[in-house]
Design a protein around this ligand. Structure first.
Ligand code: SF4
Length: 454
């Protein structure tokens, strides 16, 4: 449970407002601290003990854990709400592909290739699986280490290293420690042996218990040892247990501020069902039910894409429509006689327009005006796609330097802004009313482009 400003102020020194923190009073500083707008180190009069306590109290109720490095890093946790409609979910679950060292070399190659190739451009994002999970099942340590090395050398992906054998697990960690792999499983049986080895080269750790209760002393022990990037597996064996356990952990962390369960979770549909379809269905249940990482034994485009789209839908902030950046976009290789069209920056609008233009094979400039992610008509109704504002955008976006003509195509649905836009552009541009729907672009654009060339 987040601490309030009035609770924080009781812990502050209460000196005469010295303002050294940059705020007029201690109370103002406390309020800002509670909302995350400043940091404890700004007040020079806090004792180390109070500072540490405040840092702990202000920490997110679910710890942020990063697996992988660079642009392929997967961040999980740091969530603030139980239900998506309360605010938003922040970090979508990482989807991992299990590769067992018992699989033959051809299958291993196929899986490594598959996770890199199965990517789906979707509106303004690229949907893909995120992690590889090498699994030590062969009993041959060298084979497992060779698998980890192969993944390390041939991809930039983060890894979930899975081995019951501690020697193999830490030897694998040492191969790819700079990729910040997750080490799994740490259990009540091996935790004491593991702590020193984990600390020798800190990376995230996955804990496995036979129950949620079993996880609590484990997280406490590791946190006390300074190991805080933890991911929890409560040992759920079926769908019912999975939903029960995930719900319990989430509520304990967020509603009750129970720190020992304030970590993201990891789920293993790959070990819960032998049936490929059931495995994917389990994964689809874990996506809205807060799993941080979901490990699958295999997938193809038909099973992976629905999961990725489901994940996108659940983890897209409902308060903000998907939008693209305001600027002009080149479709094909336009020249100085190419058409110039303007539209709003709702991602779907932009992709429909640019796809329709692309389909005509006529290179063009598509100018995308920031309308706070609204479609054309909604944006116009909200005053965000007016002639004045489009005029200002066209003047500053630089498209005028790209073309010799001065003809600008506007969506047919906002034909009424024609005069206002002409005025805003000082009558230097002729405003052409284009089709009402993007489906009309195919019929409209070729003839219009011909006029411009002629
Ligand atoms: S620096 Fe510390 S003591 Fe001074 S006003 Fe800010 S919070 Fe209060």
């Amino acid at each position: 449970m987040p601490i309030s400003g009035s609770e924080i102020v009781k812990m502050l020194p209460g000196r005469k407002p010295c303002k050294e923190c940059g705020f007029p009073t201690c109370f103002a500083f406390a309020m800002k601290l509670a909302s995350g707008g400043t940091t404890v180190d700004k007040c020079p009069y806090l004792s180390e003990e109070v500072k540490a306590r405040l840092v702990d109290l202000l920490a997110p109720p679910i710890k942020l854990v990063t697996i992988g490095a660079g642009e392929n890093a997967v961040k999980v946790g740091n969530e603030e709400v139980i239900y998506r409609h309360e605010k938003t979910f922040v970090h979508s679950p990482g989807i991992a592909l299990l590769i067992s060292d018992r699989e033959d070399d051809a299958k291993i190659e196929e899986k490594i290739k598959k996770i890199q190739e199965l990517q789906f451009p979707w509106v303004s994002v690229n949907l893909k699986a995120d992690l590889l999970a090498p699994y030590y099942g062969s009993g041959n340590k060298n084979r497992f280490l060779a698998l980890v090395k192969k993944i390390y050398d041939s991809t930039n992906l983060g890894m979930v290293l899975i081995s019951e054998d501690m020697d193999a697990l830490f030897a694998a960690r040492d191969i790819c420690a700079d990729r910040h792999p997750l080490l799994y499983p740490i259990t009540k049986e091996n935790v004491d042996e593991a702590i020193l080895k984990i600390k020798a080269n800190l990376t995230p750790v996955g804990l496995r218990g036979d129950s949620i209760e079993e996880l609590v002393p484990l997280t406490t022990k590791l946190k006390d040892s300074g190991i805080e990037e933890l991911v929890l597996n409560p040992g759920s064996k079926n769908l019912l247990e999975a939903i029960r356990d995930q719900t319990f952990i989430r509520r304990a962390a967020l509603k009750h501020g129970f720190r020992p369960l304030g970590y993201p979770t990891i789920a293993f549909p790959c070990f819960m069902s032998q049936d490929g379809l059931k495995e994917i269905l389990l994964a689809s249940a874990y996506i809205p039910k807060w799993a941080g990482i979901i490990v699958l034994s295999d997938f193809d485009q038909y099973s992976l894409l629905p999961l990725l789209v489901q994940r996108l839908n659940i983890y897209t902030d409902p308060r903000f429509p998907m939008a693209v950046e305001e600027k002009y976009y080149e479709v094909g290789e336009p020249d100085e006689y190419s058409p110039v069209l303007v539209t709003s920056n709702w991602a779907l609008t932009y992709f429909l327009v640019s796809s329709a233009v692309e389909a005509t094979k006529i290179p063009a400039y598509v100018c995308v005006k920031d309308a706070e992610g609204l479609g054309v008509l909604s944006a116009w109704a909200a005053g965000k796609f007016s002639g004045d504002s489009i005029g200002t955008f066209i003047k500053k976006c630089g498209v005028a330097d790209k073309v010799k003509h001065r003809k600008l195509v506007i969506p047919g649905k906002v034909a009424r802004i024609k005069g206002e836009l002409e005025d805003a552009l000082n009558l230097e541009w002729e405003i052409i009313v284009g089709p009402k729907e993007t489906t009309g672009i195919g019929a409209f654009l070729p003839g219009f482009a011909k006029q411009l060339k002629g």
